[in-house]
Design a binder for this molecule. Structure first.
Ligand code: PLP
Length: 412
């Protein structure tokens, strides 16, 4: 008999027995406050009763039909529910299973709709791990190294990372927009550029909110040149930032919005939304996947949107996010190796630096491990793993935020 081992590098030694709300219970009897939410997925907390009930009920009716063969009720309901929360201009939806697949669908759509080959993504962006999604991803070399050749036609432009450049935000935005214009004049002419893709808050790249003026600059250039503006809301969407969508801190509407993660509280389903006019230009029966729009996942998504609305979770994310931020800012005052605290709502990042101000991945990793000993689960991100990210569930209470801050302080 062969002894198999799973292919993974686990960030914590925790083996979960069960989980509820913001809490994870280990098989060894330990209890952890979960500020990772399955990498920003369990928006309504672990095993929210309404989500569990919807999934149970649907499992007894039909688990899978594939909606391109037989439509099912949960997907019709989900499409209607998404209409409540999506920008009005985005009136057509396509379903897939994961964030990466939805990113791929958006790239195909932009290329088919424009007849142009190139996609411009931004430094520090994370869009997934499939070959096409990884080719757009520069959150760290580990997502790309050894996988070449990646998808062609991708160009990466600077992101206005004000802290890293040591500039104020306006200067960083001016610089990044000028560099983008230069790229469009020298390497990827508008006539060859199908789309821009960007996250409203860089996720794996370090929890960096994209300045509204940068998004507005992209919108203006996209309109001027007929380029499709794709907003990857996989991590920052669904209420996490304290607004339903991360791009709503700016005045823009994207041409394509990608959502996944928080959409179904842990069930695998993703979607892209666009105007029917754009969607119909690109569709040639060429997109889809066996499990896309799965009935149980769709039922869980319907329940998730219901909980987010009924329990006012977007507002909770805003208020609890502010509380978390005030506490983190206070802790940063006493710690010279915290270079920056930033984020929106319940998506907060703490960037660690060396004495020389360089990214300090070793320290962020050590703090993450120390937090496990304090019974607090955290994740790192950033190009050198130098940022601790906090992503509590959107149902998190004031008391749980205080407990998280105390345990984080202990870990520091
Ligand atoms: N886009 C963003 C912004 C993400 O954060 C992720 C995953 O972390 C993805 C895309 C890829 O999603 P998935 O891992 O479901 O393929």
């Amino acid at each position: 008999m062969t002894t198999l081992s799973p292919l993974l590098k686990q960030a914590t030694p925790v083996v979960v027995d069960r989980a509820l709300g913001s809490w994870i219970y280990g098989t060894d009897g330990s209890t952890y406050l979960d500020f990772t939410s399955g990498i920003g997925v369990t928006s309504t907390g672990h095993c929210h009763p309404a989500v569990v009930a919807a999934a149970r009920e649907q499992t007894g009716r039909i688990i899978h039909a594939q909606y391109t063969t037989v439509m099912h009720k949960p997907l019709l309901e989900l499409t209607q529910k998404l209409g409540d929360v999506l920008p009005a201009a985005l009136d057509s939806v396509f379903y897939a299973t994961s964030g990466s697949e939805a990113v791929e669908a958006s790239i195909r759509l932009a290329r088919m709709a424009t007849g142009r080959p190139n996609i411009i993504a931004f430094h520090g962006g994370f869009h997934g791990r499939t070959v096409a999604a990884a080719s757009l991803t520069t959150a760290g070399t580990k997502f790309r190294a050894g996988f070449s050749p990646l998808m062609g036609g991708v160009h990466i432009a600077p992101f206005p990372y004000a802290f890293r450049y040591g500039w104020d935000v306006d200067t960083a935005v001016d610089f990044a927009l000028k560099e983008l214009d230069y790229l469009l004049q020298t390497i990827s002419s508008p006539a060859d550029t199908a789309g821009f893709i960007i996250e409203p808050v860089l996720g794996d790249g370090g929890y960096l909110p994209t300045p509204p003026r940068f998004l507005e600059g992209l919108r203006e250039r996209a309109d001027r040149h007929g380029i499709v503006l794709i907003l990857d809301e996989v991590q920052a969407g669904f209420g996490r930032t304290g607004k339903f969508w991360g791009h709503q801190f700016s005045s823009i509407t994207p041409d394509i919005l990608i959502t996944a993660k928080g959409l179904a509280s842990g069930f695998p389903i993703s979607a892209i939304a666009a105007s029917s006019a754009l969607m119909s230009k690109g569709w040639a029966g060429s997109q889809g996947g066996t499990y896309g729009g799965n009935a149980v996942a769709a039922a869980a998504a319907v329940a998730t949107i219901g909980v987010v609305q009924d329990e006012n979770l977007v507002e909770n994310a805003r208020v609890r996010g502010n509380q978390l931020r005030v506490g983190l800012d206070r802790l940063a005052l006493d710690n010279a190796l915290i270079g920056d605290v930033r984020g929106l709502g319940l998506m907060q990042g703490i960037e660690f630096v060396t004495d020389a101000g360089e990214p300090n991945g070793a320290l962020a990793g050590a703090v993450q491990q120390a937090a496990v000993a304090e019974n607090l689960l955290l994740l790192t991100c950033g190009s050198a793993g130098n940022v601790i990210r906090m992503i509590p569930a959107l149902i998190v209470s004031a008391e749980e935020i205080e407990t998280g801050l105390e345990r984080f302080s202990g870990a520091l």
